[in-house]
Design a protein around this ligand. Structure first.
Ligand code: AHG
Ligand code: MN
Ligand code: MN
Length: 338
């Protein structure tokens, strides 16, 4: 198959945006560069002083890992050097990071990012990832971006994507015209188109949820889990339970094979654990572009109101028929509105 690099693909698709002058193309290029640098660190994390904890805790009260900090620094540096971004909202930073410099005077994009997702898995060699959401700024150009630039509906995303640092390094993204996957070819240091026009199967046989929280799940979730476990050959049940604790890796597997990922409200996280801006919005954008569905159990993720930078939400995401089934149980047994 003729190799098509990410750069060639972006330029080829730039014509999808008649008014684009290449800014989004350059921003996606900057994300690709930072991803390659993070991948290099992830693949040899055991060998360089980058494992373990920094001893700090972040705004979410979670232990900060050295690779979280490294990844965050790489993406921030890439966005600052690229000149296309006027502010960043990162899981690793309590407040937004405004950017204003000579080269970013006319920057028109802001980026929400989870620089390293699944960081609890870094030290045990399980796949981790990066998730990003790109919005057009609402504030005036020729100034740094503002908080209001991030508090936009998920429907306003210009582009969204993720990188999975796994058995291979893959970049998957959408600009609203389908979903395409690129695999890093380390021998040439380029992301190459490997999964054109990704579509998630309507149905799947995988459900992904941390069943350790079962006792405090909403009744609708408990009922859906039992539904997944019932014997019924006509609907391919029982399904398989697959959960590795890295949202990006769990999501990517289900996108490829079909399946549903659920992080509902739990005792520890009554509003769910995943963050709307830089985990749920981008993945909801991607899954819908691939023909799937993403809700909070009752409402479409992309239509939820966002009021806080690190706002959490329950998440039901994946194959359309499976998310619809889970929502039936939520309507019947857990009518509370989130
Ligand atoms: P992050 O490392 O960016 O904080 O994300 C971790 C998230 C997500 O990747 C994963 O699905 C979830 O935490 C796992 O949470 P539990 O361990 O509570 O199941
Ligand atoms: Mn995360
Ligand atoms: Mn993270």
């Amino acid at each position: 198959m003729k190799v098509k690099t990410l750069g060639q693909f972006i330029i080829e698709r730039q014509s999808d945006f008649p008014y684009a002058k290449g800014e989004l193309s350059r921003l996606l290029r900057d994300i690709g560069i930072a991803s390659k640098i993070v991948n290099r660190a992830v693949t040899k994390a055991g060998l360089i002083e980058i494992l373990g904890e920094t001893g700090d805790t972040n705004v979410h009260g979670e232990q900060v890992k050295k690779l979280d900090v490294f990844a965050n620094e790489q993406f921030i540096a890439a966005f600052k050097a690229g000149g296309e971004v006027c502010a960043i909202a990162s899981e690793e930073n309590d407040d937004i990071i405004p950017i204003y410099s000579d080269i970013s005077k006319n920057a028109k994009y802001v980026v929400g990012i989870d620089p390293l997702d699944g960081s609890g898995n870094i030290d045990v060699n399980v796949s981790v990832g990066t998730i990003f959401a790109i919005y057009r700024r609402k504030s005036e150009v020729d100034s740094a971006g503002q908080l209001s630039d991030f508090l936009q509906s998920g429907l306003k995303q210009i582009a969204a994507g993720y990188v999975v640092y796994g058995s291979s390094c893959m970049l998957v993204y959408s600009t609203g015209r389908g979903v395409n996957g690129f695999t890093l070819d380390p021998s040439i240091g380029e992301f190459c188109l490997s999964h054109p026009d990704i579509k998630i199967p309507e149905h799947g046989k995988i459900y992904s949820i941390n069943e350790g929280n079962y006792l405090r799940f909403p009744d609708g979730v408990k009922k859906y889990i039992k539904y997944c476990q019932e014997e019924d050959k006509s609907t391919d049940r029982p399904y398989s339970s697959r959960y590795i604790g890295s949202f990006v890796a769990d999501f990517h597997r289900n996108l490829m094979k079909g399946g549903i990922f659920i992080y509902p409200s739990t005792a520890k996280s009554p509003q769910g654990k995943l963050r709307l801006l830089y985990e749920c919005h981008p993945m909801a954008f991607i899954v819908e572009q691939a023909g799937g569905m993403a809700t909070d159990g009752f409402q479409r993720i992309l239509e939820k109101k966002i009021a806080l930078l690190h706002q959490r939400t329950p998440l039901f995401i994946g194959s359309k028929a499976m998310v619809e089934k889970a929502m039936e149980f939520m309507r019947e047994f857990s009518s509370e509105k989130v």
